[in-house]
Design a protein around this ligand. Structure first.
Ligand code: ZN
Length: 277
């Protein structure tokens, strides 16, 4: 794969290495963020719904997005290099009927062609992530005012990050203002995080980030912390509602981290496994 980066010449210093094997970007974090965004987008758009036989090979170790490229064998897509232009994905879910919940982690559902196992956390994360991004770009973020403003103390490293980014957080519904030495006052939080551990979320975010795409990271983090957890038992109605919402998102097959939201065991595979074909 090739990533082509265009930027104004004055943004690049080419005179830092005699043989020009290295260059220096004036705004390194902007370039880093753009590259990160492009790669994530490309990987997510190309991720197919993994079939059961792929899952065993492709997801034995903690899955990382790049491995989705190499899921050879049994896939819908040949494992050759994808063409350099990525069409807007047209993915939609078949109508799914909830059969039940497995291990308080997965929704078991029947589709027109076999069985689907849906990771409830990953699926909900995808639904919320798209909602959060939409609300932010439409400047219609639902916020929750706190009855009492909460003071929020940070360590020096977190302080440095927060100082330059509390306005990014504000776009998602966090009203955070400086309130003395390494202390901030929080007046509102995103409505999705009401009654959730948003303090833990913000700390985690501040610790995990030094560069990269802030807006993207904040959206993913809010989605992750407000989604149903693994291990949470769901009623039939809740499961049906989640699948209905998943049917309406633009990329239902992967969570915003790039992991699959579901795996599919087709009728053909079932027949084969039972020796009936
Ligand atoms: Zn998560």
């Amino acid at each position: 794969a090739i990533i082509s980066i265009s930027l104004p010449p004055e943004q690049v210093d080419v005179n830092i290495h005699p043989a020009k094997t290295e260059i220096k970007f004036q705004n390194e974090h902007i370039v880093f963020g753009a590259v990160q965004r492009a790669i994530r987008q490309a990987l997510i758009e190309l991720a197919p719904v993994p079939k059961i036989e792929e899952v065993a090979t492709a997801y034995v170790s903690p899955p990382s997005a790049p491995r989705l490229w190499t899921s050879a064998g049994g896939g819908d897509r040949p494992a050759t290099s994808p063409s350099p232009t990525y069409p807007t994905p047209v993915v939609s879910l078949p109508l799914l009927r909830v059969l039940g919940q497995l291990a308080s982690d997965y929704i078991v559902a029947e589709g027109p062609d076999g069985l689907y196992l849906i990771d409830q956390h990953a699926a909900h994360e995808r639904v919320l992530y798209e909602k959060i991004k939409q609300q932010r770009s439409g400047q219609k973020v639902e916020v929750q005012g706190l009855l009492e403003p909460v003071t929020f103390e940070v360590n020096p490293k977190q302080d440095a990050v927060l100082k330059s980014h509390y306005e990014d957080l504000a776009q998602f519904g966090f009203s955070i203002e400086p309130f003395g030495d390494r202390t901030y006052l929080v007046r509102t939080v995103p409505a999705l995080l009401h009654n959730k551990d948003w303090v833990g979320m913000v700390r985690e975010l501040l610790d995990s980030l030094s560069g990269g795409d802030w807006v993207e990271s904040i959206a993913i983090s809010i989605a992750c912390h407000s989604a149903v957890r693994a291990g949470q038992s769901l009623t039939d109605d809740e499961m049906r509602e989640l699948l209905r919402q998943l049917e309406q998102v633009t990329m239902p097959h992967t969570c915003p981290h790039g992991r699959p939201t579901m795996i599919h065991l087709s009728s053909g595979q079932l027949k084969r496994e039972f020796g009936r074909s």
